[in-house]
Structure formats: structure tokens, C-alpha cells
Design a protein around this ligand. Structure first.
Ligand code: ADP
Ligand code: ZN
Ligand code: ZN
Length: 732
């Protein structure tokens, strides 16, 4: 008799459930990776067979209802990856599988579907002539898609169009019926452009990786913005993707996929699929199956794409590897970058982590000889490095966010018909709203946070829980009318900027003005057509986009990262600063970067602008070492939240005692806390945390495993939500 060991999507760590096989099921069908419908408590659910054994220690086994797959849906290597990740990140296997498979798969969706041919939608000559349509309201979707396609001569596939317009298929069909667009096979070789001749630094990377293509070969590609990293990826793919072999390319942002995809399509005659969370379920399922079955040669995607099965992998690329978006910050808290490295080791293939501002973790790994290091120090082509200057804000007589020096520079660059980019990482009109009579400040009733004043909607908003309230007319504490916004957000800066430069065309780019790919695309087109003079925005500006006509970059305030409680804040600040600056002067015009600060003598700032990111990283690593922080030490955070702070703290105190009594506890494992979280109250719940710190990373897996099982058994306290965050990105 066979017994099925099944992973069921329930919040129980390290626990599989035994079932008798469904009646009349051929033995051959009972294999790991097959989905089964099983009874669970009073309900039924879909799980995945992890193992088949001959004996169970449980009496009275229930019988599974049915197997949903004739052959395993999940290949063995992917199951192994799931098993490893479940242990490493201390997350229940069944939930992990449910979270990373395409949606609806764990609801039992059928995978017996015909794969539609992947086509590119391109304009016909008639479609090109359709300018300035004035279609009725009901057909605005038509106009929108047409406009997007008019801007992209090589066309778009459905998956990228879906970013701009959900469910684009009916609209595409309508356009096709009018004869304005036509489908082209994606692999039509006529459009393929030849590769660029590589410079010697690029050539070294390509040659070395090609020579080591048959083994696990992890590399950090440290190349300034515009140094030709993407060109390196393209040429590697060209060499390595033969005989049906495949590649996985990860990018941090959905908004960056269309750009990457367009570039890949121009150069590679391969079937390419896109995977990200905004795709329709069916499209995602198609892409997943096409990758598993080897029909897709290149998979480009965001974080979650790291879980895509590949029949014959040859290479993994993680672009902008430093980006915090690779870490999932809720439920299953994994780092896609780290999972990708594990995956490359499992598949015995090279992996490239590329960045202009590598994470301290990856730099440390190169020092430890775990990763190979490649450097592209120069911009490709003729573009020059930008030059940096600090502006001391302490000496400014008037408290304007724009120092006279910055204003003068803006003026000058505008006169020269060049573009200016201003970076300020705070959206809204003003971060605080205050009463001048009694010093009352508008706070979020649910969080430990001030409400942010948004002028456009005339409302106060919490950036942590999305609580919204109308602007009060009177102070709720003293009834005074002397209510004023304090400080600056991008909205207010835009207003002041327009006042200072009345003739300048200003575009504000933050998640309020530019919520979707479509808005971003529109803006990018205007920027490239030089219909915009000043770009003002948040970190959205730092991500991957090219602004060739920008010659002046202004950092309105560099100080926020210097004194934060978050130990990664300086690293993040340095990365943002260099990334934003890298957007400037990419072509013939050299760039100037002006950085406003109240701490011009700060050693990290000085180091960053005088000696560059590499030197900054060296000194930041020394600081981390001295503070016993990652990458030298490993951290795990046990977070708890409850309606009362004491409840959360009590839970953590008990957890600490349990930890200290657990068999694999060891003096090399330090338990720090519990303490209230830096943001103690959020969405009406009080948060506290216990930090686990160790230099001996080998001790951790077994300790965490035992501890979690004990916590699970002791979890009698009601009203507590708790979670483990392995390798947390921040300690907030
Ligand atoms: P990164 O990915 O590092 O930002 P890209 O690969 O996008 O850099 O290259 C920046 C620009 O330089 C692109 O326009 C690219 O076409 C060009 N480029 C890259 N490599 C070369 C090369 N070897 N010769 C000439 N131009 C190059
Ligand atoms: Zn008041
Ligand atoms: Zn709030």
C-alpha cells in the first residue's frame, strides 16, 4: 500500500500530511510533484505530493479524493528548491508552494491547455497613419493601445501591453479587424540587429563566463550606469542559448520589463516570455508552462519569476541586484536574488549579479572569493562620468529648499536647452500638518506616524496604512484656524519650482502622478522628445531609465539616509544618489550633480563623492563589521504584533525562553530584545521584535528549525500575529 505525503497550504511549518491514495489511481500517477485534492478538517483543499512511502505512523488515514495531474506538474528540481526554501526561510512548505506557483494552480486549475503562439503586435501602414483619432469615449481603449504601439516600431506582445491596459485581447482584436495592427511571430529574424563590438572589459566578462558555462559560476558585474552591462547579458545569451538551453533574467521593477524586453527582442531570435504579478492569470500560467517545457528560451520577470521552472537552464541574470525590491517584505519573506544564486548552484550554471552600486552583501561575497568579480569602470561609447559638488545648506540665509547655487545652475542649464533632474524622496505636499497656536500635529489614528498633507486632493494621508481624512478647517485641539503644512514633499517643491521658473515645463514623477506603466511610458516619451525641462521626482527616477538630455542632477536633501535607525539606510542612500546621478549626461553631454546637505563634512558623503561608490562601500563594510551586522553577522527577526504592546512583548519573552531551552541553542547565537519596533503602532496593532544575531551561520538552520516547531506548539496565545524574517532587509 502506498501512502502519500502531501504539502497542504496551511500555516504549519515542517508538517506534511499523510493520505491514502485516491481509489483506482494507477501507481505510476502517484509521484512527487502531482497535485491532489484532499479532505482537510471540515474542508477540502489542493496539495502537492512530496513523497510516496509505504508506512505511516498515523492511524486512520483519510483518503485523497483525486490526483489532478497525470504526470508531475512540479518537476523534481523545483520541488527540491521549495524544500530548501521552506527550511531556509522557515516558511510552511504548502503555503510557500501556493504563494509561488501561478495563481489558481493550487485552486486546482487545469494545465491541459494549448499554448497560443506568442505574437508581437505591430502597426500596419494604415495603423501608422491614424494620428489624432477622436474616438468616442467607449473606444478609448483602442486609442490608448494604438498610441502605445505607434511609439514602439518593433511592437509589443500581449504581456507587455497588459501592463498598460488590463486584459488587452479584445481591444487588440478590434484593432486587428480595422486593419490597423497585425500579429508578427516574435522570432522573426529580419528584425534582429547585430551585436556591438565589445570593449575589452566587456569582452573579458563574456569570454570568462562562456569558458565556465558548464559549472556553478557566480559573478558580480560591477559596472557604472551605461557601462554596457546589458550588452554583456545580450551577448552571453547569444552564445549560451543553443540546443534548447534557457535563461532567466530578473529585473527589480515591472516598469522596467518592457524596456528590457524591447531590447532583447531587437537582438535575440529567441522565444521570450514575461512573468510578473500584473499579468492575467492565464497568461502567467502559459508563460510558466512554456518555460517548464522548454518552449520559452528567455524568461524575463520580476521577483516572483525566480520560481519559474526551466527545462534546460544555461544562465541566470539578476539585474540591479542591489535593489530592495528583490526581497519580499510580507508573508513569504524571501530574497529573489539569494534564491537565484542557490538555484544556479543547483543547476550548475553561471549567474551574473549586475549593478552600478552593488549591495554590500555581494561585495562581501566577492571578498570571500565566493563570487567572481568583474568591473566595467567606464561608460560605453563616449559618455563621460558626472562630476559632483556638495552644497552646504547651513550657510543658506533663506530657508528655501533650492539653494541659490542650485537655482543658478538650473537657470543656466535651462538656458542651454538642457534638461534638469531633481531628486527628493518624499511625496505629497508636506510631511506634517500643524497648528501654529497649540502645536497640535495631525497624526494617523492607527499608526505611529504623522499624516502627510496632499494638496491635490486636499486631504491628509497615512503613507503606512493608507488612512485618509479630509483637511480639518479648525484645530481639533484648540479650534484655531492657524493650520499649516510644515516641511516639503514633491508636490510642494513642484509648486515652488514653478514659481521660480515660470516658463519651465515641469514633470513630477512619483507614485501619485505616475502610478502605472502607462503613465510612465507617456512621460518618458515626452522627456525623450524634450517636451519637459525639469523632472522632479522620488526614487522612481533612480530606476533604470535613461534620460540622455539631462545634464544637471540636483539632490534636494541627502541627509535622510545619514542618521536613520535602519542600519541599511546609508547603503540605500548612497545607492540612490549614485543611481540618480547615473541618469545624467549619458550621451555626449557631461553631467553635473549638486548635492544639498546640512552635513557636508560627513565622512560617508565625502568618501562617496570624492572616491566613488567602491570606496564608500569599503568603509561602510568596516562599519558593519564593527557593529556586528550583516554581511559579517547573520540576522533573523522574530516579529510579533497584537492589540496591546504587552501582549506582543510577552509572546516574545516566552519565545526567548523557549529558544534558550531549545537543544540546538548555543552561546554563539545571541538573542537581543524583545523591544518595541521602531514604528511601534501600525494599523492599530502594536509591534515588537526579537533579534537573533550570529556570526556562525552554520548553527542557524537547526536552531531555527527546532525553535519554530516549539513556538508552533506553544502558540496558545490568541490575538498574536508573529512571523520570522530570515535575513531581514530592515529592522522596522
Ligand atoms: P548598462 O546596462 O550598464 O546601463 P547598457 O548596456 O545599457 O549599459 O549600455 C549603455 C549604452 O552604451 C547603450 O546605448 C549601449 O548600446 C551602448 N553600448 C554598450 N556597449 C557598447 C559597446 N561595446 N560599444 C558601443 N556602445 C556600447
Ligand atoms: Zn491648535
Ligand atoms: Zn496609518
Amino acid at each position: 500500500m502506498s501512502i502519500l505525503q502531501v504539502a497542504v497550504p496551511v500555516p504549519l511549518f515542517d508538517r506534511l500530511f499523510d493520505y491514502k491514495p485516491p481509489p483506482h489511481t494507477p501507481i505510476i500517477q502517484l509521484q512527487p510533484g502531482v497535485r491532489v485534492r484532499v479532505p482537510f478538517g471540515a474542508r477540502e483543499c489542493v496539495g502537492v505530493i512530496i513523497a510516496v512511502k509505504t508506512h505511516s505512523e498515523y492511524p486512520d488515514l483519510k483518503t485523497a479524493y483525486e490526483c489532478l495531474d497525470a504526470i508531475p506538474l512540479i518537476p523534481k528540481y523545483l520541488l527540491d528548491m521549495y524544500l530548501w526554501a521552506s527550511q531556509y526561510y522557515c516558511y510552511p512548505l504548502g503555503q510557500l508552494i501556493a504563494a509561488t506557483l501561478p495563481p489558481r494552480m493550487m485552486a486546482g486549475a487545469s494545465t491541459q491547455i494549448e499554448l497560443p503562439p506568442d505574437v508581437l503586435w505591430c502597426l500596419t501602414s494604415e495603423g501608422r497613419q491614424q494620428a489624432n483619432l477622436s474616438l468616442p469615449e467607449t473606444q478609448q481603449r483602442l486609442e490608448m493601445l494604438l498610441k502605445i504601439l505607434q511609439k514602439t516600431p518593433i511592437g509589443h506582445c500581449e504581456a507587455t501591453l497588459a501592463l498598460a491596459l488590463p486584459n488587452p485581447r479584445p481591444t487588440l482584436r478590434a484593432l486587428q479587424r480595422r486593419g490597423w495592427i497585425a500579429p508578427l511571430p516574435t522570432q522573426s529574424p529580419t528584425m534582429i540587429q547585430p551585436p556591438l563590438p565589445l570593449n575589452s572589459a566587456q569582452q573579458l566578462v563574456v569570454t570568462t563566463i562562456c569558458n565556465n558555462a558548464q559549472q556553478f559560476y557566480p559573478c558580480l558585474l560591477d559596472g557604472v550606469t551605461g557601462s554596457g552591462k546589458t550588452e554583456v547579458y545580450l551577448q552571453l545569451l547569444q552564445y549560451l542559448l543553443r540546443d534548447g538551453r534557457q535563461a532567466l533574467v530578473l529585473v527589480p521593477e515591472i516598469n522596467l520589463t518592457p524596456q528590457m524586453v524591447a531590447r532583447f527582442r531587437q537582438r535575440l531570435p529567441f522565444a521570450l516570455v514575461i512573468l510578473h504579478s500584473q499579468l492575467p492569470d492565464q497568461t502567467r500560467l502559459h508563460a510558466w508552462l512554456a518555460a517548464r517545457d522548454g518552449q520559452a528560451t528567455v524568461v524575463i520577470g520580476t521577483r516572483s519569476a525566480v520560481w519559474t521552472p526551466l527545462a534546460k537552464p544555461a544562465l541566470i541574470v539578476v539585474d540591479e541586484e542591489h535593489d530592495p525590491a528583490y526581497k519580499q517584505q510580507d508573508s513569504f519573506r524571501y530574497s529573489a536574488r539569494d534564491v537565484a544564486v542557490w538555484r544556479a548552484r543547483q543547476a550548475n550554471i553561471p549567474i551574473i549579479l549586475g549593478s552600478a552600486t552593488p549591495s554590500l552583501d555581494s561585495l562581501y561575497n566577492t571578498k570571500q572569493q565566493r563570487y567572481h568579480y568583474f568591473h566595467l569602470p567606464e561608460r560605453a561609447g563616449n559618455a563621460l562620468h558626472p562630476s559632483y559638488r556638495l552644497i552646504d545648506m547651513r550657510t543658506q540665509a533663506r530657508r528655501s529648499p533650492f539653494s541659490p547655487e542650485l537655482q543658478k545652475a538650473i537657470h543656466h542649464h535651462l538656458q542651454e536647452k538642457q534638461q534638469v533632474l531633481l531628486f527628493y524622496n518624499r511625496r505629497g505636499y508636506a510631511p506634517t500638518f500643524m497648528c501654529y497656536s497649540c502645536a497640535w500635529i495631525a497624526d494617523c489614528p492607527r499608526c505611529d506616524a504623522h499624516l502627510v498633507y496632499h494638496d491635490l486632493m486636499d486631504e491628509l494621508r497615512c503613507h503606512h496604512c493608507n488612512y485618509v481624512q479630509n483637511l480639518p478647517k479648525y484645530c481639533p485641539s484648540c479650534q484655531s484656524q492657524a493650520l499649516h503644512p510644515i516641511g516639503h514633499g514633491t508636490e510642494r517643491l513642484e509648486e515652488q519650482l514653478q514659481h521660480l521658473f515660470p516658463n519651465a515645463r515641469i514633470a513630477r514623477i512619483d507614485s501619485d502622478t505616475t502610478p502605472s506603466f502607462h503613465n510612465m511610458n507617456e512621460l518618458l516619451t515626452q522627456i525623450h522628445a524634450q517636451e519637459i525641462d525639469i523632472l522632479l521626482g522620488t526614487q522612481m527616477l533612480a530606476k533604470g531609465h535613461h534620460f540622455p538630455y539631462v545634464t544637471l542632477v540636483g539632490i534636494i536633501n541627502a541627509d535622510s539616509g545619514l542618521f536613520s535607525v535602519d542600519f541599511r539606510a546609508t547603503e540605500r542612500m548612497a545607492q540612490l544618489l549614485i543611481q540618480v546621478s547615473g541618469r545624467a549626461g549619458r550621451e555626449a553631454l557631461p553631467g553635473l550633480v549638486l548635492i544639498q546637505t546640512y552635513h557636508p563634512e560627513h565622512p560617508l558623503l565625502q568618501c562617496l563623492i570624492r572616491e566613488g561608490y567602491g570606496a564608500f562601500a569599503e568603509s561602510a563594510l568596516i562599519e558593519r563589521f564593527n557593529a556586528e551586522l550583516p554581511p559579517y553577522f547573520r540576522l533573523v527577526l522574530l516579529r510579533a504584533e497584537a492589540k496591546l504592546l504587552d501582549k506582543a512583548l510577552d509572546f516574545l519573552i516566552r519565545a526567548k525562553i523557549i529558544a534558550e531551552q531549545s537543544p540546538n541553542f548555543n552561546a554563539d547565537i545571541r538573542l537581543l530584545g524583545p523591544v518595541p519596533a521602531p514604528m511601534m503602532k501600525r494599523q492599530n496593532r502594536y509591534r515588537a521584535q526579537l533579534l537573533i544575531q550570529t556570526q556562525n551561520r552554520r548553527l542557524l538552520p537547526r536552531f531555527l528549525h527546532d525553535w519554530l516547531l516549539l513556538l508552533q506548539q506553544n502558540q496558545k496565545m490568541s490575538g498574536i500575529r508573529w512571523s520570522l524574517d530570515v535575513d531581514p532587509l530592515d529592522l522596522m
